[in-house]
Ligand binder design. Structure first.
Ligand SMILES: Cc1ncc(COP(=O)(O)O)c(C=O)c1O
Length: 394
């Protein structure tokens, strides 16, 4: 977290302590400030932003407002985020029919399969198309605009999980043609934990398909109590919000969004993907290590809107007996933070048997020398751990 984000949190907590929560909130205008900053970054209107506690809650608030009828379809790909996938499985237990579309061998979502599926939709069925823009442990930026175009042409609702893309690469929700998109504060935006937001396109709230219904839970912010037995939903994305929030967190999120805007998403993308590419190159020269954030054939793919991002994943050769958890632990001892991504959480049965991978996410605040140090450390760790296990890196 950058100092200025940290300071914004502290300042607001101090203000609350001195003048009280309500007075501090009135003075800071945290909620509207964060909303405006999010809208600016995404290229939409502030009224199209709902502030939430996380990307997952933003996504769920939108998804659970879809009023599925028997036979309606959910189209997604195997690359969908686990938290969303379980919601699809739940919806499929009720009314909707889930169709997991094939991925291409180069790791890109199969657009032809989506087009064919949308074309063969029965007349009475409505459809939701779901895409995870960047998967948790993949470097493939999926062609969201092309998916949005197909969804729009066929009258489907398009919900985009942009949790790993917003703050990492430029995301313009209008040109991606999505109806809903979710974001988190705590990752690439470098904002506080416990923050996120939902983009809900103004006209998507009255989507022509009739699929977008009321939020599953409302209060007197999501809706106005207009007469003793009548309520009116907020006319915009605020229908996905509730009364109580943490203004301090919103002050932190606002600062993080403004910082992202100031540094520039293009610059952030260029710098972080450059560092990631350098890291992959160095990992390739370490014996016993294999990079696995994208199939090799992705390099030859010529699909508009597809690129490679700054998520790098790797694993030690299986015969070395070195787990990704052990690599993470050894790096943590040297104050290098990486994460381990489990292989399961996928619609592909074979993938559940794969080992975990180490995930490294270089940010724009890192530099080449840190990438060098990291690669050196990984090399040393592999050598030490393979000696300890009695195996040698090939
Ligand atoms: C693709 C994707 N979507 C959604 C989420 C959920 O984000 P949060 O936990 O901030 O809600 C994650 C978290 O790793 C993610 O990688």
């Amino acid at each position: 977290m950058p100092d200025e984000v940290h300071q914004a949190l502290l300042d607001h907590f101090e203000l609350e302590r001195h003048i009280g929560g309500y007075a501090a909130e009135a003075q800071a205008d945290a909620r509207e400030g964060a909303r405006k900053a999010a809208a600016k970054l995404l290229g939409c209107d502030p009224e199209e932003i709902a502030l939430t506690e996380s990307a997952q809650s933003a996504w769920a608030k939108a998804f659970y407002s879809f009023s599925f009828r028997e036979g309606d379809r959910i189209f997604c790909w195997a690359s969908e985020y686990a938290g969303n996938a379980v919601a699809f499985l739940q919806a499929a237990k009720r009314h909707a029919k889930l169709e997991v579309l094939p991925m291409r061998p180069d790791g890109i979502v199969d657009l032809d399969a989506l087009e064919a599926a949308l074309k063969s939709l029965p007349e009475t069925a409505r459809a939701v198309v779901a895409l995870t823009h960047i998967q948790t442990n993949s470097s493939v930026v999926q062609p969201a605009a092309a998916v949005g175009k197909l969804a729009r042409e066929h009258g489907a609702v398009f919900i985009l999980d942009a949790c790993q893309s917003i703050g990492q690469i430029p995301v313009d929700v209008r040109s991606l043609l999505c109806d809903f998109a979710c974001a988190t504060g705590r990752k690439w935006l470098r904002g506080p934990r416990g923050t996120g937001f939902l983009y809900a396109r103004a006209s998507a709230l009255n989507h022509a398909s009739g699929l977008v219904g009321e939020p599953p839970m409302i209060d007197h912010v999501s809706a106005r109590w207009t007469q003793s037995h009548v309520y009116k939903l907020a006319p915009d994305a605020r229908r996905y919000e509730m009364w109580e929030t943490s203004p301090a967190l919103h002050m932190g999120l606002k600062k993080a969004l403004e910082l992202c805007e100031h540094v520039g998403p293009q610059h952030i993308q260029r710098k972080s993907t450059g560092l990631a590419a350098a890291l992959r190159q160095k990992l390739a020269s370490i014996k016993g290590v294999r990079c696995c954030d994208a199939p090799a054939s992705l390099e030859e793919a010529q699909v508009e809107g597809v690129s490679r991002c700054a998520i790098v994943t790797f694993e030690a050769f299986s015969d070395l007996g070195i787990t990704s958890e052990a690599i993470k632990g050894a790096l943590a001892k040297q104050r290098i933070a990486v994460s381990v991504s489990p292989p399961f959480h996928t619609f592909n049965d074979e993938d559940w048997r794969q080992p975990s991978v180490v995930r490294v996410s270089p940010s724009y605040y890192n530099d080449e020398s840190e990438v060098d140090v990291l690669a050196q450390k990984i090399k040393g760790i592999i050598e030490t751990l393979s000696e300890n296990s009695g195996m040698r890196a090939p």
